[in-house]
Design a protein around this ligand. Structure first.
Ligand code: NAI
Length: 244
């Protein structure tokens, strides 16, 4: 029996991750987002693939919401084997115009949320001496991006959190890795102007944007036993946009 939780999985990359994990045979998938009702489409899609899915309201910026959610999952399924910290937002703007609120909201959700969730699930994983935690970072956390000081700092922080947690938890069988997507077609990137999209496209050697499934495939690999000796790593899924 294996159980996965994917934060921010009502849509986009999170939904694709839930579907891929279900296809790969994960039995229980906890679909969570800011509102439980937003999760219904993902829950139905996962069920159609033959896995058990439940919707759960978890706001990752709220520690109490995370604790309550993780407790409920442990009560219902006995364990959490896979945790994907996928929830994320952008509040773009140039540094000189970026407000403190823009900074705090992005850091609270993208970085503090992953810290709180990692802390909550690792308690159970350490006891079980197994588990895989995967953080969804970003290419801009590795290279920076004008207009995204808050977002790139949150994603760069997530990479550092990944490596530190991997060092702390590795001896007890818990692996922590990150996936750093480049430009992926989703509601998050739909809002960008054609000018920005064309500039991005011009620096992608593969000459196209990624699909949500491209990210989900990398996550599913890191979640699986095929990645049993991989921890503290960042897998880039970016069409060659950055080659560190
Ligand atoms: P999306 O905007 O379609 O999905 C994000 C999900 O997170 C939404 O369902 C949203 O409701 C949820 N969410 C927001 N705040 C939350 C909170 N406080 N608690 C729980 N859930 C919350 O975006 P997309 O593209 O699917 O992004 C998923 C992840 O991938 C994000 O972490 C994003 O930063 C990252 N990413 C996306 C890239 C892209 O090109 N689309 C590139 C690199 C990284």
């Amino acid at each position: 029996m294996s159980t996965a939780i994917v934060t921010g999985s009502a849509r986009g990359i999170g939904r694709a991750i839930c579907e891929k994990l279900a296809k790969d045979g994960v039995e229980n998938i906890v679909v969570c987002d800011v509102k439980a009702e937003w999760c219904e489409e993902t829950v139905e899609a996962v069920k159609a693939l033959g896995a058990n899915a439940i919707a759960m309201e978890i706001n990752v910026a709220d520690g109490a919401s995370i604790e309550a959610g993780v407790d409920a999952i442990i009560k219902q399924f006995g364990a959490i084997d896979i945790c994907v910290n996928n929830a994320g937002i952008t509040r773009d703007g140039l540094l000189m115009r970026m407000t403190e609120e823009d900074w705090d909201s992005v850091l609270d959700i993208n970085l503090k949320g992953a810290f709180l969730m990692t802390k909550a699930v690792s308690r159970n994983m350490l006891r079980a001496r197994k588990g895989s935690i995967i953080n969804i970072a970003s290419v801009v956390g590795l290279m920076g991006n004008a207009g995204q000081c808050n977002y790139s700092a949150s994603k760069g922080g997530l990479v550092a959190l990944t490596k530190s947690a991997a060092r702390e938890l590795g001896a007890r069988g818990v692996r922590v890795n990150a996936v750093a997507p480049g430009f992926i077609k989703s509601k998050m990137t739909d809002v960008l102007t054609d000018d920005v999209k064309n500039r991005m496209l011009s620096v992608i050697p593969m000459g196209k944007f990624g699909e949500v499934e491209d990210v989900a495939n990398a996550v599913a690999f890191l979640a699986s036993d095929a990645a049993a000796y991989i921890t503290g790593q960042v897998i880039s899924v970016n069409g060659g946009m950055l080659m560190p």
